[in-house]
Design a protein around this ligand. Structure first.
Ligand code: E4P
Length: 218
């Protein structure tokens, strides 16, 4: 499973990229607003840090304007994935931008039929939003499973990018089902390494080690 990080915070991206865990980045208008940065500047910077796909979202709502914005964003760096919303205009823009040869991430997916449309429009990534479905008591994981089955039935190459991840369990469950990518907020990504038995075991090892009076490097 590939890991993308879901943020526009440069310090977080730099720090986590150094762990080798970051295969890409996703941003959206809310994350750009939160960063307080100019979208073009911050997106270029992210693309310089992470060589994998960096999603930058269009803000137009009509296909022609989305295509214009998408082509402009794609010129920022070769690793831009243009993000478009799952509307009919977004699907038309997806088809044109994919035909141009750009990576396209179709976002705000909440149903299996929407995912089917995105694949038929040539999307590189489909982003089903797990957390937002869970928020309204629907099963985000069931959606990932349905999309996996449909894409496998028809051999669609569109990658399932599990989004709106809120917990470490979301990541493991999406991986079990076979999502190709998870886009993870930095705080959740850091939690993936946590286990109380790891902490307890390490504390015991270090306490025993201290009793030996030894040091490995001297
Ligand atoms: C994905 O690309 C989106 O940016 C993101 O995962 C949305 O997450 P949220 O529901 O926590 O805002």
């Amino acid at each position: 499973m590939k890991f993308f990080i879901d943020t526009a915070e440069i310090d977080e991206i730099r720090d986590l990229a150094a762990t080798g865990m970051v295969d890409g980045v996703t941003t959206n208008p809310s994350l750009i607003a939160k960063s307080g940065r100019n979208i073009l500047e911050v997106t270029r910077e992210i693309c310089d840090i992470v060589p994998g796909p960096v999603s930058a979202e269009v803000t137009a709502t009509e296909a022609a304007a989305m295509i214009e914005e998408g082509r402009f964003l794609a010129k920022l760096a070769p690793n831009i994935a243009v993000k478009v919303p799952l509307t009919w205009d977004g699907l038309r823009a997806c088809k044109t931008l994919s035909d141009d040869g750009h990576m396209v991430n179709v976002t705000l997916c909440f149903s299996a039929n929407q995912a089917l449309l995105a694949a038929k429009a040539g999307a590189t990534f489909i982003s089903p939003f797990l957390g937002r479905l869970d928020d309204i008591n629907l099963d985000g994981m069931e959606l990932i499973a349905d999309i996996r089955q449909i894409y496998d039935n028809y051999d669609f190459k569109t990658q399932i990018l599990a989004a709106s991840i809120r917990t470490a369990n979301h990541v493991a469950e999406a991986a079990k089902i076979g999502a190709d990518v998870a886009t993870i907020p930095p705080a959740v990504l850091r939690k993936l390494a946590d286990h109380p038995l790891t902490d307890k075991g390490l504390a015991a090892f270090l306490a025993d080690w201290a009793k030996t009076g030894q040091s490995i490097l001297s």
